[in-house]
Design a protein around this ligand. Sequence first.
Ligand code: ADP
Ligand code: MG
Length: 597
Amino acid sequence: MTAAINIETAKARRESVARRFIRRPAGAVSLSILVLVVLVGLLAPWLSPYDPNFVNLKITKAPPGADHWLGGDSSGRDVLSRLIWGTQTTLYGALLAVATGVITGVPAGVAAGYFGRATDRICTWISDALQAIPGMIILLIVAAGTGADFTIIMITVGVFMAPGYFRIARSAALAVRNEPYIDAARVAGLTDLRIMGRHVVTAVYAPIIIQTALTAGIAMGLQAGLQFLGIGSASIPSWGAMMNDGFRNMLTEPLLLLWPAAALGITIAVLAVMGSTLADLVVVRKPAARSTRKSRQRTRREFAPATGMMVHAPEKAAARIENLRVSYAGHGGDVEVVHGISLDMAPGEVLGIVGESGSGKSQTVFSLLGLLPAGGHATADGIWIDGREVTRMGSAERAGLLGRTIGYIPQEPMSNLDPCYTIGHQLVEPLRSVLKLPRAEARRTAVAMLERVGIVDPERVMNSYPHQISGGMAQRVLIAGAVAGRPSLLVADEPTTALDVTVQAEVLELLRELQQEYNMALMIVTHNFGVVADVCDRVVVMQHGNIVEVGEVEQIFGRPAQAYTGELIRASLDGSDSRSQLDAQWNKSNSMQEVAP
Ligand code: ADP
Ligand code: MG
């Protein structure tokens, strides 16, 4: 059954990016315009009606007409021809810059991530140094020193773009490096070069494409800017030089400025739209997750024998709950909603808590976190987190565990982000207050975490407001925030319920990767056995506020002891659990929003 689920999600994912890009209006329109621009650039010698540098004084500042569709410029050259050739110049310049960035940044990044050690230190140092140097000044010096040679200037621009590519490639290679299948390839006798070519490059190409869309636009803008300032050969027709001409005659001949400015503006905008549309669709999947089952089984055997409940000494458990009861004050006295449950988790274990809506899963989680909604009251013989008894802690001490020892991921990513603040603010502030990081370091950490959770352009997302990102990205942001403090226990309450199906699989995969990478215990609350099959080692099944069954995933799937468990499994696997019903239930019960401190 596990296999079936994995295959389906994999298929849904493979289908996705290119098609989903085209299907989005922003994707289709921006791609069409870009293709058009590229065609104009390539076919310039055939499309251009005149030599772009031929001076015909009769058409000096001539308005658009039958022979010269866009008229003539202030030196008597045909504007349309210059615009067409300028397209080629712009594309050629952007290509030079991007190619330089890719050719230098990507191999260095892959090598740094893959070999680590000295290679990594040296490459990272160079990359950091490049980022610290004020590129514009170097660019002007290079321009002055080379007589403003167009090719050399654009290659220099590319060198300054290399660190962006370097960082993407390095983090992808890092993520892939320690995967079992890389070891397997090495054992099989493949050379490092072959291994990197095959495995690492397939992991980085998507974010590289996105980065390229974004940096190509920047290169075009820079290039036009330099030519606008008059830096560059006068014999090369370019949009920047045309804008300079237009700018000087703006009051009398505004069209001379309009054409090149529009061409440049549209091209850059199209690239930006393409980049951000792609970034929304492509999730940087580090191809790590698939292979984790083996090593997880190892963890499990070390720590937890097959039968399940309360097998770890409290001080060794990642989490342990003894005889928890939760009640709410009602009109006719207290209503108990959780009836004395006990469970525990080994360090590094992935535990699923499964049950129909209203079975008490969230109440259990809230009690563990010490964040019951108003009116709720919990008693327990003991609750341990990371080996420490928390019910006897003062409230400040206990709250201090949040974000450091325990990370929490809520069900509704959107409603857990404040619409009034940028994502960056919402990540940086907790890092400063919880981990006491200085502002700059908190920001760096936040960007790195966003990158780690698969957000391609973390800088843009840092400056975005919640409504500007998709639900899947919002959940990634919350995951980044939850694991930034390197908790030993990560609690996720229905982390994928609010997301659409393809994104669900990706978010689960991410959780599984992070759990492995940081060796966290992971508690996943869900009503869906598909999620359990995908991720968990052990399962706790809840119904009406009681635990009705505990066991290893394989055992529960193969031989559920309770008919209720069997029903849950069937409902999850044939998709018949009614979303709307579950959602309605969820909305009735309390979300974390009301109780967050
Ligand atoms: P789920 O398993 O879906 O997460 P919950 O733990 O949220 O279920 O809820 C368990 C039970 O507690 C439900 O019957 C719910 O109606 C009840 N409950 C939840 N929150 C409150 C509240 N604030 N006041 C009273 N009853 C509540
Ligand atoms: Mg719930």
